[in-house]
Write a protein that binds this ligand. Structure first.
Ligand code: SAM
Length: 231
């Protein structure tokens, strides 16, 4: 049974697509998409030997070798030009996701959609998407087993970015998530606020003048998130 987190990602993979899951570990997502007949072909990429072996085992156990290609290699290196319509990268930090995309840029030609699930640092992903003219089209935030996850969906063939004059805050919170403000969203940012306030208190105790700027910017961030949450 696929986790709610990966089912949320799966929901944004086009029907009949060829998909590539980068950092696939057990290849649960490709296996699910093939078994559900949602995609016609899948590629599971893994850079590390252990997870690569897990992916091979899982695909063999399900007898899906003719529908899922398991490949060992770094990021998008494992793809040929114009091979995949949709790329998923899940369960990593936003910085790592962005660096995988940046390094593999040339392989993104012809890719229609990216479905990205950063565990932390989704602002880095949003910034990279803007820089490379990918348009954010959907966002989800969910809670599963006490953890909160974000899913970002971006298309290459759209024109209009979803950002307004509040772009700085939207990059942090997510322009769609900010509008919806569901339970998981409020819980996540209340938790972050709590952490930031603790950090600020620690900074207040220090007299160090080189903290002045950092304190001010953290205070500004706290104030703007609080205002957005009506706290
Ligand atoms: N995507 C799966 C999920 O969401 O359940 C697995 C997430 S797991 C925490 C992250 C996986 O990414 C690990 O198996 C790791 O080996 C792989 N990984 C990290 N950096 C990678 C890279 N540059 N290229 C391919 N795989 C990578």
């Amino acid at each position: 049974n696929l986790s709610l987190r990966l089912r949320t990602v799966a929901a944004y993979v086009h029907r009949e697509a060829v998909m590539a899951d980068i950092g696939s570990d057990h290849a649960y997502l490709p296996c699910y998409l093939i078994l559900e007949h949602q995609v016609v072909y899948a590629i599971a990429g893994e850079v590390n030997e252990g997870p690569y072996q897990s992916a091979l085992r899982e695909v063999q156990a399900a007898n899906l070798q003719n529908k899922i290609s398991v490949r060992k290699g770094d990021g998008l290196d494992i793809l040929s030009q114009n091979e995949a319509d949709v790329i998923t990268i899940c369960g990593m930090g936003g910085q790592l996701i962005s660096s995988i995309l940046e390094k593999g840029k040339t392989k993104l030609e012809g890719v229609k959609r990216l479905v990205l699930q950063p565990n932390v640092g989704s602002d880095a992903v949003r910034k990279w998407l803007i820089k490379e003219n990918w348009v954010l089209v959907h966002e989800e935030i969910i809670k599963e087993d006490g953890k909160i996850y974000e899913v970002l969906v971006a298309d290459s063939d759209k024109m209009e970015q979803p950002y307004s004059e509040k772009e700085e805050l939207e990059l942090l919170l997510g322009p769609f998530l900010m509008k919806e403000k569901n339970k998981a969203f409020v819980e996540k940012w209340k938790g972050e606020l709590h952490q930031w306030e603790k950090i600020l208190q620690q900074m207040e105790l220090s007299e160090s003048p080189d903290l002045t700027e950092r304190k001010a910017s953290l205070q500004k961030r706290i104030d703007s998130v609080k205002e957005e949450l009506n706290l």
